[in-house]
Design a protein around this ligand. Sequence first.
Ligand code: NAD
Length: 508
Amino acid sequence: MTQTAEQAASTTTIEPIPHWIGGEPRIATGGRTAPVFDPALGRQIREVPLASADELGEAVAVAKAAAAEWRDTSVAKRQQVMFAFRELVSARRQQIAELITSEHGKVVSDALGEVARGLEVVELATAFPLLTKGEFTENVSTGVDVYSLRQPLGVVGIISPFNFPAMVPLWFAPVAIAAGNAVVLKPSEKDPSAAVLIAELYREAGLPDGVFNVVHGDKEAVDALLTHPDVAAISFVGSTPIAQYVYETASREGKRVQALGGAKNHMLVLPDADLDLTADAAVNAGFGSAGERCMAISVVVAVESIADELVERIAAKMAGIRTGDGRRSCDMGPLITQVHRDKVAGYLDVATADGATLVVDGREAEFDGEPDGFWLGPTLVDHVEPSSAVYRDEIFGPVLSVVRVASYEEGMALIASNPYGNGTAIFTNDGGAARRFQHEVEVGMVGVNVPIPVPVGYFSFGGWKSSIFGQGKAYGPHGYQFFTREKVVTSRWLDPSHGGLNLGFPQN
Ligand code: NAD
């Protein structure tokens, strides 16, 4: 007898996802849980435990004990672990990507790109002996030398968002670990499995038990991490209100904090831009990962003289986007949850109520997937006013707004007045205009004819204004600064000439 899809779904067992503590999976029993969905199927596939403060505390205690040994493990050994981890992530990238797709919904090719960008940081972390070398000055005074060391912080907490379940943990953990810290990662409860797979790969790479731990949860676990006295630092990525909350709470507890927040990224298009290439860029950067990227372009700022033609070309290219199940070679997958899908779709009503024009309405799109999936097709909204919530809010979905401006200056004023400052791009063939833009714009990551200017691993990633709070950006040189603290030693080796009383302040 053949089963209907509904019967199959109802008889499928829901897999519990384990925490990862002390080098092994830990199935939580009896506590709170949350469902994990496959967004393309629109049904629950796994269940994630939501840790209590006590469970979180247990992981911190394990990490603290491991950190004490790990910091004294030779640099060569730590580097070997990083090289082995790099090989394993590279070899298992397809498995990681498919796991991401099953819980996040992004298409597999995009998930592979996420793993590749995470790998860049692992590769950077293999170079940590070079990057954390101290400095030495001989004879600052006769027979006195001064040198600096960089030492790990101890236990560090990482709290990551749903939209990059592998890449964001890999922005921080490899650098933290290579520098000699132990990590407690609290991944997003919406797509937590990639973090556990990463933990398995660390173990396979030879990382000692307890140096990398994963504790699932929600606000309760986050609050426990932010206030735990044995956690020295917090790296957070997520929405701006939570980033600000994390920054304020953990800073009050005396911790070092970096908290990367939300975004509203503008792409300024000048009249001399190549409109065909610009339209490609807007479509790729607006609808990749269904717009659920902190570096997605969500606002095209078009100078009026080319706006009609640009909108026409963007709309034409959007017709080629195949929305559907990420395992079926589609271009764009579903949104993360039904609630989020409905919230994003709600902005399309706001757009028309506010007098904007719905050029392409994603609610009418066809999709290649199960009917219960969290589908919304790519949407293009023209004539958006900066006073509309469609412009002001971070929608975080496949909705591309076009705001028309009279000039470069008006476009710049719009970008400057926006509270976010994560990424931006200018499209032009005028080198002088591009140089002026990169000099003047108040945004942390800038593209010149590059719509998603995510810095490579050996630079650092982070925005400005309300897109970041706290100390330093992610990975690159900032990463090493963040996960180590400097100690400066002044040293002399005493001989009989150094005797005698002298209560004065030391001088050279
Ligand atoms: P989110 O802020 O809802 O959640 C992020 C993390 O915080 C999750 O682990 C979540 O469990 C936890 N959290 C949620 N609510 C909390 C609360 N009230 N108290 C304590 N912890 C809480 O973000 P999200 O929806 O998972 O991710 C999307 C957001 O992340 C977007 O705003 C996006 O722009 C942003 N983001 C920013 C960057 C960046 O580099 N700036 C990168 C990726 C994503």
